[in-house]
Design a protein around this ligand. Structure first.
Ligand code: DCP
Ligand code: MG
Length: 421
């Protein structure tokens, strides 16, 4: 996409406040005003979302649940319900889609809208304010917004507007707005980069943006330049139309057309496994599965289903098989089958962790690790590829490794929380 450097853009960022907690509060008013934590409820689970009342005690997302309970023993801990959150997420997206010229859904509770040019008809800020009020009225969910010249500044502004607020950062005040903020507010700066920069005495965006870009490049490569640009309020990345965002798909054409159901189902499962791995590698979740069949006479049929956000093979395989069974009614020879995941958002597996036992999550992590090390086809659990006993033995072994690794990770996290390294 071509973006002229001198055209001033208006980009709106919307982020729902304590999203999962807010949905639970709609369903149970007694949770309002209390410390609430959503996540895996076992000790090995992690915090997905927590209320401001819980944050006061130092609880934060991605923290091990055990630690969160220690910090805030009075917190009400709730095992999440991904289906409900997906429904509310889609409700918000539908409202935005109906009214916006161009929007991007960037995570389960975040959207960007490109409002460039709207000022000629209707003030951008007024439009954004009205949209926010409408979302609150229709869904009952608190949401914060930031309006500015690009995605980075508007996202930071929405963060600063929380809870339940709105901030506009006009072009002239971008730098004064950014300067006093902590470098951790820049979305590109993760924990690792933050610690590197802090160890060099860089705390505020002002200090960061006054460091020569070449120095940051030497320190962090290309990323260093990008970080320097963000600190200076420069970000040309376009708002990507949600429905034009890349989907992940795969197809298989048979050498000899077939009607062999067992083979078709087995192949479908292994195709799903392959692209679900790709999905997790990209740290994405999908909410729409499409299955395609091409018959030997080239007649092509597709069927799709919207589902709660997930990246788990076992969920996706079941959906794909269900769609295939519905689609394949003609008992004719099949020439090709395909699977596609679309309506994807940024999000990690942790998001759906509470849907499953910690053992299953560990198993997925172990399998993906093996795939990373030995190639994507190193692990298969599609029915029929291994005997049941082989599968179980392999799964147990992977589980064992994953649990050891998870224990080590928890130790590291604990140490980090205690000593800050
Ligand atoms: N989420 C998750 N694991 C993470 C981060 C987020 O499961 N590591 C989920 C739970 C959140 C939702 O995604 O409710 C949105 O993430 P946010 O970072 O926007 O967190 P919240 O909406 O909970 O809080 P805030 O008010 O800070 O936006
Ligand atoms: Mg949020």
């Amino acid at each position: 996409m071509f973006i002229a450097g001198n055209i001033e853009r208006s980009v709106l960022h919307l982020d729902l406040d304590t999203f999962f907690v807010s949905v639970e509060r709609l369903r149970n008013g007694r949770l309002i005003g209390k410390p609430v934590i959503i996540g895996g409820i076992s000790d090995r689970g992690v915090v997905s979302s927590c209320s401001y009342e819980a944050r006061k005690y130092g609880v934060s997302s991605a923290m091990p649940m055990k630690m969160a309970r220690n910090l805030c023993p009075d917190a009400i801990v709730i095992r999440g319900d991904m289906e409900a959150y997906s429904n509310y997420s889609n409700m918000v997206t539908d409202i935005i889609a109906e009214r916006s010229p161009l929007y991007e859904k960037s995570s389960i509770d975040e959207h960007y809208i490109d409002l460039t040019g709207m000022d000629r008809f209707y003030g951008c800020y007024k439009w954004s304010h009205d949209l926010r009020q409408y979302i609150i009225k229709e869904t009952g969910l608190p949401i914060s917004i930031g309006l500015s010249v690009n995605k980075t500044v508007s996202k930071i502004a929405a963060g600063e507007a929380k809870p339940n607020g709105e901030i506009e950062v006009k072009k002239e005040i971008v730098l004064p707005f950014l300067d006093p903020l902590s470098i951790s507010k820049i979305p590109m700066i993760g924990q690792k980069t933050y610690h590197v920069l802090r160890s060099m005495g860089i705390a505020t965006i002002y200090t960061l943006r006054n460091i020569p870009a070449e120095m940051l490049e030497k320190l962090m490569g290309k990323n260093g330049i990008e970080i320097w640009k963000r600190a200076n309020g420069i970000d040309h990345t376009p708002v990507m139309n949600y429905f034009e965002q890349k989907s992940i798909s795969t197809e298989h054409t048979f050498e000899k057309d077939t009607t062999d159901m067992a083979r078709l189902n087995q192949l479908l499962a292994s195709m799903v496994e392959r692209i679900a791995y790709e999905l997790r590698k990209q740290e994405k979740l999908t909410s729409c599965v499409t299955v395609k069949i091409r018959y030997s006479n080239f007649d092509t049929h597709t069927l799709q289903k919207r589902i709660p956000y997930t990246s788990f093979d076992h969920v996706l395989t079941d959906v794909a098989k269900e769609l295939f069974a519905k689609l394949y009614q003609r008992r004719m020879l099949i020439r090709l089958i395909g699977v596609r995941f679309s309506h994807m958002v940024r999000g990690v597996q942790q998001l759906d962790m509470f849907d499953d036992t910690p053992e299953k999550v560990s198993l997925y992590m172990a399998m993906d690790k093996l795939r990373r090390r030995f190639g994507r086809d190193a692990v298969r659990c599609a029915a029929g590829v291994m005997t049941a006993q082989e599968r179980e033995e392999k799964a147990l072994k992977q589980l064992e490794n994953a649990l050891t690794e998870q224990k080590m990770m928890e130790e590291r996290l604990k140490k980090y929380m205690m000593y800050g390294f």
